[in-house]
Design a protein. Structure first.
Length: 276
């Protein structure tokens, strides 16, 4: 297999599949799986059904650390000699020296990062290593099954990407949350600006927790700017078009779509709802 030049969505999904397969085959705890590009921006993320929601941001921060520090958590632990918390403070709590933090190396370059959270530190490392191995294999392993909610989230995200391709609205980022707003999935298409990830995630969160299209949440704070509402509720509050709350394959999910035009985001979300 040729060495990849960058982390594409297809490659990131193969890495996550390999991590889930390794976890299942070895009877390890369900967790969260994140893959970033060289800048530490999420390309793909998935959380299994029984994994604690808090593991989502831990896995993402591990992958961010691996990509931006160009080092594994274990190496950083050795280098910092127990003072890793100082770097954690410096970087707003994101940087971690916990194992399960592995850079993706292509030739002599770091092209991305892998993060896993949900098991012991040692098992997090083993799972992340299984993901790294998939980067260099022609036939990386796939999980024998996918948890029901995650399977529904995958199906929903894939449907969005299909519809976006059909109406020629690409590239974009898609986020799916559970009924409580907990992150379940992120997919960022190749060449989509990294900033779209947080927009999609915030739209999905807003639609989930308020049980309404994200743009309608603006009515909850009449006369105020959205920033004022965020101060009162949550930094993720984003009343822009592109977020919907829906039942999909028997699961209550929040969907966030973020491209380069919020009105088109909303139109695509409504199109998906109408066709469901």
């Amino acid at each position: 297999m040729s060495v990849p030049e960058r982390v594409t969505l297809d490659l990131a999904r193969r890495v996550i599949d390999a991590m889930i397969a390794f976890s299942m085959d070895n009877g390890l705890m369900p967790g969260s799986y994140a893959v970033t590009d060289a800048g530490g921006h999420v390309v793909a993320f998935e959380r299994r059904d029984l994994a604690p929601p808090a593991t989502a941001d831990i896995a993402i921060d591990k992958a961010w650390t691996a990509a931006t520090m160009r080092a594994s958590g274990r190496l950083l632990e050795v280098i910092t000699r127990g003072q890793g918390w100082r770097l954690n403070v410096k970087y707003g709590g994101r940087l971690t020296v916990i194992p399960g933090t592995i850079p993706i190396i292509a030739g002599s370059r770091i092209i991305g990062g892998i993060g896993h959270s949900g098991d012991s530190a040692e098992n997090d490392l083993r799972i992340a290593q299984a993901g790294l191995a998939a980067v260099y294999r022609e036939d990386p392993p796939k999980p024998r099954s996918i948890d029901p909610q995650l399977a529904a989230a995958r199906s929903l995200a894939e449907r969005v990407l299909e519809e976006a391709s059909r109406v020629h609205y690409e590239p974009l980022a898609v986020a799916v949350t559970d009924e409580w707003g907990g992150l379940v999935l992120i997919y960022r298409q190749d060449d989509a600006p990294p900033g779209l990830v947080e927009l999609a995630r915030s739209k999905a969160w807003t639609a989930s927790v308020f049980k309404m299209p994200s743009e309608r949440a603006r009515n909850l704070c009449p006369g105020l700017e959205p920033s004022a509402c965020r101060l009162g509720w949550n930094d993720r509050f984003l009343p822009l078009p592109g977020g919907i709350h829906l039942e999909w394959e028997g699961h209550a999910l929040g969907l966030g779509i973020a491209g380069l035009n919020p009105e088109e985001d909303g139109r695509l979300a409504r199109l998906l709802t109408a066709s469901h």
